[in-house]
Design a protein around this ligand. Sequence first.
Ligand code: PNS
Length: 163
Amino acid sequence: MSKIAVYPGSFDPVTNGHLDIIVRGCSIFEKVVVGVLENPDKKNGLFSIEERVELLKRSTKGMEQVEIVGFRGLLVDFVKEQHAEVILKGLRAVTDFEYEIQMAQMNKKLSPHIETLFMMTDNEYSFLSSSFVKQVAQYGGDLSEFVPEAILWDVVAKSRKGK
Ligand code: PNS
C-alpha cells in the first residue's frame, strides 16, 4: 500500500479550506503531493500555473510531508508518475458530490487500482471556494479568514491589477 496521496486541483488561488485538507492529509499519509492542474479550459484564471505553484509552496512552507507539483493531462497518469495510489479530495457539500463522484468513477475506470478518498471539509470552510475568494477580492472585501496569511497580499494585489 502506497503511503503517498495526490491532492489535485486548480488552486486559483489556494484557500484556507485547501490548506486544512493538506494538513489533515498529512496525518494520514506519509506524503501529500499537491497536484496543480495546468488547465487549458481555465485560461482566464487569476494566477498562472507558475504563480499558483509558488503561492502553494509559500503557504505550506515548513511542511516537510508536502510537495507541490504542476501537471498537465490525465490525473491518473500524474498519480502513477508520483508513485501514489490514492487521490485525496475535499468534499464541501452535497453540491460537490455529483461532480466529484463522476470524476472518481471515471478515474476508477481509467485506473482501477487508484482509489479516491474523500475528506469532509471542516465546517468552518464549507462555504469557501477559490471563485468566492476571487469575487470578494475583486470588490475589496476582507480576505484574511479565507486565504493563508502568506499569500493574502498577492491575491489583493493581483485582483486590483485585473480591474
Ligand atoms: O480544483 P478543481 O478545478 O475542481 O480540480 C479539478 C481536477 C484538477 C481534479 C480535475 O479537473 C482533473 O482531475 N483534471 C485532470 C483531467 C482528468 O484526469 N480528467 C479525467 C477524469 S474526470
